[in-house]
Design a binder for this molecule. Sequence first.
Ligand SMILES: NC(=O)c1ccc[n+]([C@@H]2O[C@H](COP(=O)([O-])OP(=O)(O)OC[C@H]3O[C@@H](n4cnc5c(N)ncnc54)[C@H](O)[C@@H]3O)[C@@H](O)[C@H]2O)c1
Length: 454
Amino acid sequence: MRISIFGTGYVGLVTGACLAEVGNHVVCMDIDQDKVDALNRGEIPIFEPGLEGLVQRNHAAGRLQFSSDAVETTRHGEILFIAVGTPSDKDGSADLRAVLSVARTIGRELAESQLVVTKSTVPVGTAVKVRSALAESGTGRFTPRVASNPEFLKEGAAVKDFMAPDRIVIGIDDPKSESQLRHLYAPFNRNREKIFAMDIASAELTKYAANAMLATKISFMNELANIAERVGADIERVRIGIGSDPRIGYHFIYPGVGYGGSCFPKDIRALARTAADHGHQARILQAVETVNQKQKQRLFEKISLHFGNDLAGRTLALWGLAFKPETDDMREAPARVLMEALWEAGARVRAFDPKAMPETRRIYGERDDLALVDDPYEALEGADALVVITEWKAFWSPDFERIKALLSQPVIFDGRNIYDPRDLAEMGFRHEGIGRRASSPDAADQPGNATAAT
Ligand SMILES: NC(=O)c1ccc[n+]([C@@H]2O[C@H](COP(=O)([O-])OP(=O)(O)OC[C@H]3O[C@@H](n4cnc5c(N)ncnc54)[C@H](O)[C@@H]3O)[C@@H](O)[C@H]2O)c1
């Protein structure tokens, strides 16, 4: 099939490359000319495992093209996907300007046979707005066909998720659109039925419901972690204890430094806003967001407390900057909240991340209180403590002797609970995790004495 995709970011590029991989002829369009030029040179602007080879192979085969020409791109596709960003607006609602701008552009050229599908995460009612925008700019020649096809890929596993999805949700209101989308997704639907066809409003809401549930699990565990610290329990034991119940399960119940990224924060806010616009106060969603905001401060509070609330002149080594492993995405990353708080308190940061350092440099530029180094151990040189923020695999089993030799104090703040506190105490470290007793070679900190909670 001939496919056009508007917006060539994490979602648009992965979608385009994967649809080209199964034989479609895809044109990916973006208004960012630098991005389009880079892609045409074979350079991939984001890090996503497996994406580079996929893009280059399909580009070379002529099945995947990149363009900044919206008119040509509109004319190309039998199915046109809108995959542009939907950031938070000031009031928390999803900012639909890019989505509707694309719709107006498409509308001028759209033919009756073409189907326009929204893949961006958008509030219920957006497909109706897209249809109106298409019709208005197309001077009402016909009623455009629209559909919703929310994307569930996870950054860090986006190609894998797209090629072997858990589900393919399609929101449609006419049989031809359903049939076209079933045909398009047939190669990804061979192992079992994964296509869930439903009305458009339900499809739009399904995406928010999924993200809201996942964010709720995270905030719930972080809430419990804070209780565990106060009562002297170990959240890791609690996690194992509750996960064994199949109604709860082990997935996504890890406490940590709060969720970030381009989706959960904005989607929780947007869903709460949609609820408010329809006369419902979404109290759970508000709590999920509030707990998360607080959790992003948690590591800073622990670090500050450890150093007697005086961080001026201290140096902290940070391992991990991206909002999660296997991505370079820094949008709403907890590391940003921590770094900014440390700088505010007069501390310096030496940081290493396997993929997110160029993006960090782009966001913060050159500054005296930030050193981005090429190796995790280099980050420790002259640092007062190590802080683990993103659980990249390379950090799971480090050379602790080397860490101890490089740090001025043997202290590790473990924002992802990847180390065993007792092992670290035996090796002579003070370890502070999330929702666990601080452990230390010092007898005063033996199990039973919870970290002073702030
Ligand atoms: N990133 C994810 O993991 C993920 C997962 C599922 C759903 N989503 C949703 O998908 C949508 C896109 O997310 P993303 O992470 O790919 O965003 P992104 O910021 O990485 O990419 C968006 C792209 O759209 C381009 N763009 C903006 N206006 C345009 C226009 N008028 N015409 C053409 N291109 C335009 C931008 O230049 C950018 O390259 C969002 O609604 C997001 O919530 C994201």
